[in-house]
Design a protein. Structure first.
Lengths: 373, 642
C-alpha cells in the first residue's frame, strides 16, 4: 500500500508512514485476535460457520483499505463541498432503515443491499464528522459562541442521533454525540453557554431514563452499577469479561489459550468483547501495547490537526481522532467494567463490515489531512 | 480555484490541542490503571474464577456406616435407589415428555407445575442463560423397570437423567426405631449452617437416635473428581486436563464408620410380641453388670424406612403429619424423652431413704385400715392390709405403710436418695432429647406453689406420686443398681465403632456413674421383698407370674393427672384417664443379669397389665441365653473335635 501511495502521488504529498504503520499493526492484531475469538466455534456443529468469519473480515479490510486509499488520494478540501450532500444522504439512509430494515434482537439497524447487510448508522459516523468539520470551517469568529450560535451544529447532531437512537442503537448514538461534541469543543464557547448545555444534557438524560429508554437499555446501565444482582444476563456478561481480562494476568494465557474464550464464557466475543479475548490471550503486556497504539492514533490525529493548513482539515483530523478515541474508550471501558455495556465496537477488532469500512475510510481521511499539511 | 475560502483561521484551535492530548492520554491511563488492577492486583482472583468456570468437581458419593446390634445383625444399612432428574432446557415437550410422564406416573398438579417450569426456562432469551438452568428432580426412588427403560432409551430421552442415590434401609422397620433413629433431608434453612461441614442440598443426615448422635462417624467423607467442562467432546483430553487441573485430581471417598450397638434385636422382637394388645408404652432392658442397653422400645412406633426419605418428600411429609397428629405420640421416645409418675415402683427407694435415716426397721409395724389420716386429709390405700411390716408393705404394695414412712422421713431425704440412684438428672445416654424427671424437694415446692410446704407432699412422694416423675430409662438403671448392689452405670447404646472392614476403632467399656454404697443389709431386706412380690401368694405380681421365670421386681399403678391431651376424641377420654401400669424388676432374682422396666401407658393396674409383658420378655431372654450358651458349647466341642 505504501508503495502504491508513492506511485500514485509521485510528485504529490507523501504517505504518512507512522500513521500507516500504526494502522497496519492494529489491523493485523485485530485479525489475529478475531481468529482466536472465533476458533471456539470450530468444533461445534451448529455454529462452525462462525469460525470462518475472520475470512470475511479480511475481505472487508481489503475493501475498506481500497476505499481508504481512494479517499486519501483525493485532496480532502474537495470533500468540504460535498459534505452537505453526503450528510443528507447519510441521514436519509438512517431513516430508510425504518422502512427497509432487517430486525435483529429487537433493533432495526441493517439495510439489505444485494447479499450484504449494510448498516447506515456506521457510515453516518464519518459523514457527521465531515459535516461538522464543514460547519466549523465556515463558522469562524473571534468572540466566544453563544447558545444561538450553536443552534445549527446542534441540529446537525440531533437529527442523526435521534434517528439512530430510535433504531434503537444507544452505542452509536452516544458515539455520534460525543464525537461531534468533541469537535465543537475545538471552538470557543461561552462559559455560560457550556453550563447551560451541561444542565440541559443532564435533564435530558433524566427525561430519557424516565420516558424514552427501552427496558433493555436501562437494564444495561443498572446491571453495570450492580452486576451481582443482574437478572438479564448483561451484568453476567460484563463479569465474565472482567474475569477473562484478569485471567490474562501479566503475560497472558497465550494465543488461543484463554479459557474464558475457548470454553465459551465470553458472550459476543467477536463483536462486543474482542478486547477481553485479546487481554486474556496476551495479558497486561499485550494490553499496554494495544492501548499505546490506539492512544498513538488519537494523539497523532490531534498532532495532524494542529498542523493542518485550514480549519476544515484541523476539524476533520480532530473528528476522526475523536471517533477512534470514543470507540476504543467505550469498548475497552465496558470490557473492563468501568463503563456500562452499550454495544460499541472496538475499531478494527470487532467483526463487522460496516464498522471496518467506516473506520478505514475515516483513517483514510486522517491520512489525507496528514499528507497535505 | 482555491479549494477552500481564504478566511481559514486555525488560530482559534491552537490552545485546545494540548488539552485534548492531555485528556486523551489521561483517559487511556485510567484504562491502564484499571487493567493493572484486574490483571496484576486481582489477577490470581480472576484466574481462580476462570478455572472455576471450566472445572467441575464431580463428587464421589461415600457410603454411610452400617449399624448393627450386639450380635452383628444389621439394623441400618444402605440400599441403592434411583432418582430421575431433568434438564429443562433440553427436554422435548411434545415428543418425549409424555412418555416420561407416563413412565414415572407423574400426577396432575405436579405435572402441570413441571411443564410450566420447562416452558419458563425454554423461553429464556439467550443460550447462556438456558445453559445455566439447573436440573430439576422429577421423581425419587424409581422402580427398576423404569430405570431399565430410561437407561436403554437414554439417547432419545434428551434432558432426562437417572442418578443413583443410596437410601438408608432399616431391615427391622419399627423395631427399636426410636433408638436407632432415622434420616432426614438437609433443609434449606440448616444448609447455611451445615454447608461448611460439607453438606449439600439433597444430602441426608441422621435426624434422631443413634443416626443423629453418631452422624459424624457414620457419615463418611465425600470424595471428588475434577473434570474440565465439556472435555469429553475434545480430542486432547489428556493435555487439557494436565494443563488446567491441579493435583489432587481425584480424591477417593472415605466410607463412614460402622457402629455396633448394645441392643439385641431378639430382645426387642420379644418385647414387640409381648406388647401385643397394648396401645402405648415403653420397655427398657439393661445389663445390670454394665449399664448397656439390651433393648429400648417405645410404643407406638413408626417405620424408619418410610420417614427416612427413600419414598420422596411428599410421602415423608404425610407420614410426619400423621405421626404428629396421633395422640399416642408415636414419634416420642418414651424410654428417654418423657417422664412419668413412677407410682409404687418407686417404693423401694423410699424405703431405702427411711432405712438410711433409721426412721424405721423391718420390725416397724403399721396397721392398714385402707388409708392414712394426715392432717385433715385422708390418703387412700389400695386395700385393707391390716398389720404390715416393710416386707409385706412392698410385697402387697401397701400405701398406708409408705404414708407412715412419708410422715417420718423428710422430703429432701427422699429426693437425695433418689438423686443417688440417678433420678431427677439426665442419664447422659447421649441419644434423643432426654427428660430429666423430677425429685421434688422442699424448696422446689415453695418455689412452685408460693405457699407453705405441706407434709402431705412427702406422703405422695413416698408412693411415687405427687410431683415425682422419672423416665423409663432412669428407673431401669436404678433397678439395675439395686440388683448389682449399688453401682449406678452410665447407660450405653454404642458398644464399638468399626471401620467398614471390621477393625475396631473405638471400644466403649462400661462406665460407672456412681457407687451409691447403700447399707447392704437394707438392700437385702428390700431385695427380699422384691422377690416376694413375684413369689409370695399375696405378692402383687404373683397372679401373673410364670413358673419358669426367675424374676424379682415391683409393680406400680400410677395415677394420671386428669388433663386430657389436645386433639383427643371425647369418646376416647376414658382411655387417657386410665392409670399407667408399671413393672420394674431384674432377673434372675438371686444373681441378676438384666433389669427390666415395663410401662404401659394408660394400661390400668400394673400387676395385671405390665407384669405379663415383663414375664414374657424375661422368659424369652432366658431361652435365648440358654440357646446361645449351648451354641457356644457346640462350637467349642466342634473345634475340639477338629
Amino acid at each position: 500500500m505504501a508503495l502504491a501511495g508513492r506511485m500514485m502521488f509521485r510528485r504529490g504529498p507523501a504517505v504518512d508512514m507512522k500513521l500507516m504503520f500504526a494502522v497496519v499493526v492494529i489491523v493485523t492484531a485485530g485479525l489475529v485476535n478475531l481468529y482466536s475469538a472465533t476458533s471456539v466455534y470450530a468444533d461445534t456443529a451448529t455454529r462452525a460457520r462462525l469460525a470462518d468469519i475472520y475470512v470475511s473480515q479480511v475481505y472487508w479490510m481489503v475493501v475498506g483499505g481500497l476505499l481508504a486509499i481512494l479517499v486519501a488520494a483525493i485532496d480532502y478540501r474537495h470533500y468540504e463541498r460535498f459534505a452537505g450532500i453526503l450528510y443528507a444522504g447519510g441521514v436519509f439512509s438512517c431513516g430508510l432503515v425504518f422502512v427497509l430494515g432487517n430486525s435483529t434482537r429487537g433493533a432495526v439497524r441493517w439495510i439489505q443491499l444485494g447479499s450484504f447487510n449494510f448498516q447506515p448508522s456506521e457510515f453516518m459516523k464519518v459523514l457527521l464528522v465531515l459535516m461538522m468539520a464543514r460547519h466549523v470551517h465556515n463558522d469562524h469568529k473571534n468572540e466566544p459562541r453563544t447558545l444561538v450560535d450553536l443552534a445549527v451544529p446542534g441540529l446537525l447532531i440531533t437529527v442523526p442521533v435521534v434517528l439512530v437512537m430510535a433504531q434503537p442503537d444507544l452505542g452509536t448514538g452516544l458515539i455520534l454525540s460525543l464525537t461531534a461534541a468533541t469537535m465543537l469543543m475545538m471552538t470557543r464557547i461561552r462559559k455560560r453557554t457550556l453550563t447551560a448545555i451541561s444542565i440541559a444534557a443532564v435533564s435530558t438524560a433524566v427525561l430519557a431514563w424516565n420516558h424514552g429508554m427501552k427496558q433493555y437499555q436501562k437494564d444495561r446501565i443498572t446491571s453495570f452499577l450492580d452486576p451481582e444482582h443482574d437478572k438479564t444476563g448483561i451484568g453476567w456478561h460484563a463479569l465474565q469479561s472482567q474475569t477473562a481480562i484478569g485471567n490474562g494476568q501479566f503475560l497472558g494465557e497465550g494465543f488461543m489459550q484463554g479459557t474464558q474464550n475457548q470454553f465459551g464464557f465470553l458472550p459476543d466475543q467477536f463483536s462486543d468483547f474482542p478486547f477481553a479475548v485479546f487481554a486474556e490471550d496476551w495479558g497486561f503486556v499485550g494490553c499496554i501495547f494495544l492501548l499505546s497504539v490506539y492512544c498513538f492514533i488519537c494523539v497523532y490525529a490531534i498532532h495532524v490537526a494542529s498542523q493542518a493548513k485550514d480549519r476544515f482539515g484541523a476539524a476533520l483530523a480532530t473528528g476522526i481522532g475523536a471517533l477512534i478515541f470514543w470507540h476504543a474508550v467505550f469498548n475497552i471501558g465496558m470490557a473492563i467494567g468501568v463503563l456500562p455495556v452499550v454495544g460499541v465496537t472496538l475499531p478494527l477488532f470487532s467483526y463487522g463490515g460496516s464498522s471496518v469500512v467506516t473506520t478505514l475510510v475515516g483513517l483514510g481521511l486522517l491520512m489525507n489531512v496528514s499528507m497535505r499539511r | 480555484m482555491a479549494l477552500l475560502g481564504q478566511r481559514s483561521d486555525v488560530g482559534e484551535f491552537r490552545r485546545r490541542y494540548r488539552w485534548l492530548v492531555l485528556a486523551a492520554i489521561g483517559t487511556f491511563l485510567v484504562l491502564v490503571g484499571r487493567l493493572a488492577q484486574l490483571q496484576i492486583v486481582q489477577g490470581d482472583l480472576h484466574r481462580a474464577q476462570a478455572r472455576k468456570n471450566i472445572i467441575r468437581e464431580r463428587s464421589l458419593a461415600t457410603t454411610r456406616g452400617v449399624i448393627r446390634d450386639t450380635q452383628g445383625r444389621v439394623l441400618a444399612a444402605n440400599r441403592p435407589s434411583y432418582n430421575v432428574h431433568m434438564t429443562p432446557a433440553e427436554v422435548d415437550l411434545t415428543e418425549t415428555w409424555p412418555t416420561v410422564v407416563k413412565l414415572l406416573a407423574i400426577e396432575e398438579p405436579e405435572k402441570s407445575e413441571l411443564e410450566r417450569k420447562i416452558k419458563d426456562i425454554q423461553t429464556l432469551p439467550s443460550k447462556e442463560e438456558k445453559k445455566r438452568g439447573q436440573q430439576l428432580l422429577l421423581k425419587v426412588d424409581v422402580d427398576r423397570d423404569a430405570v431399565a427403560y430410561l437407561e436403554t432409551h437414554a439417547r432419545e430421552l434428551k434432558g432426562i437423567e437417572v442418578s443413583p442415590q443410596p437410601v438408608r434401609y432399616y431391615p427391622y422397620g419399627e423395631l427399636g426405631a426410636h433408638t436407632v433413629g432415622y434420616m432426614r433431608e438437609v433443609g434449606s434453612e440448616d444448609l447455611v449452617r451445615l454447608e461448611e461441614r460439607g453438606y449439600r442440598a439433597g444430602d441426608r443426615l441422621g435426624a434422631v437416635g443413634v443416626e443423629r448422635r453418631w452422624e459424624s462417624y457414620l457419615r463418611g467423607v465425600r470424595g471428588f473428581k475434577k473434570i474440565v467442562r465439556g472435555v469429553s467432546r475434545r480430542d486432547d483430553v489428556q493435555e487439557v486436563e494436565s494443563r488446567y487441573l491441579e493435583e489432587p485430581r481425584r480424591v477417593e471417598p472415605i466410607p463412614g464408620r460402622d457402629i455396633s450397638l448394645t441392643l439385641d434385636i431378639d430382645v426387642i422382637t420379644s418385647i414387640e410380641k409381648a406388647f401385643h394388645g397394648q396401645l402405648a408404652g415403653a420397655v427398657v432392658v439393661v445389663d445390670v453388670r454394665t449399664g448397656r442397653i439390651l433393648a429400648a422400645s417405645s410404643k407406638p412406633s413408626f417405620d424408619a424406612n418410610v420417614v427416612s426419605g427413600g419414598s420422596g418428600v411428599k410421602a415423608v411429609a404425610d407420614t410426619f403429619r400423621r405421626l404428629n397428629a396421633d395422640p399416642l405420640k408415636p414419634s416420642l421416645d418414651k424410654t428417654i424423652s418423657a417422664a412419668y409418675p413412677p407410682g409404687s415402683t418407686y417404693k423401694p427407694f423410699s424405703a431405702l431413704a427411711a432405712l438410711a435415716d433409721r426412721l424405721l426397721d423391718p420390725t416397724t409395724e403399721v396397721d392398714c385400715h385402707g388409708g392414712y389420716e394426715y392432717g385433715k386429709r385422708f390418703f387412700r390405700c389400695t386395700g385393707v392390709h391390716r398389720k404390715v411390716h416393710l416386707h409385706e408393705a412392698i410385697v402387697q404394695s401397701c400405701n398406708t405403710y409408705f404414708y407412715e414412712l412419708g410422715a417420718r422421713v423428710s422430703i429432701d431425704k427422699l429426693a437425695s436418695v433418689g438423686l443417688d440412684y440417678g433420678f431427677g438428672v439426665k442419664t447422659g445416654i447421649g441419644i434423643n432429647p432426654e427428660a430429666r424427671g423430677r425429685m421434688p424437694t422442699r424448696s422446689w415446692y415453695t418455689r412452685r406453689y408460693k405457699e407453705a410446704f405441706r407434709g402431705g407432699f412427702t406422703l405422695l412422694s413416698a408412693i411415687g406420686q405427687g410431683a415425682t416423675t422419672v423416665t423409663v430409662l432412669q428407673l431401669a438403671l436404678a433397678y439395675a443398681a439395686l440388683a448389682n448392689g449399688g453401682t449406678l452405670y452410665q447407660p450405653q447404646v454404642v458398644r464399638s465403632i468399626e471401620t467398614s472392614d471390621g477393625t475396631v476403632v473405638q471400644d466403649f467399656p462400661p462406665r460407672v456413674r456412681r457407687l451409691i454404697e447403700p447399707d447392704q443389709e437394707h438392700l437385702a431386706w428390700v431385695k427380699a421383698a422384691l422377690e416376694g412380690v413375684v413369689t409370695e401368694k399375696n405378692g402383687t405380681a404373683y397372679k401373673e407370674r410364670s413358673r419358669d421365670v426367675d424374676m424379682a421386681g415391683k409393680t406400680g399403678t400410677a395415677q394420671v393427672s386428669h388433663v386430657t391431651p389436645r386433639g383427643v376424641d371425647p369418646g376416647k377420654v376414658w382411655y387417657f384417664n386410665r392409670d399407667h401400669a408399671w413393672f420394674s424388676g431384674y432377673a434372675p432374682s438371686r444373681s441378676p443379669e438384666i433389669a427390666i422396666v415395663v410401662l404401659v401407658e394408660h394400661g390400668g393396674g400394673g400387676g395385671k397389665n405390665a407384669v405379663p409383658i415383663a414375664m414374657r420378655v424375661v422368659r424369652d431372654w432366658q431361652k435365648m441365653k440358654e440357646k446361645r450358651l449351648s451354641a457356644k458349647d457346640d462350637a467349642a466341642v466342634g473345634t475340639k473335635a477338629n
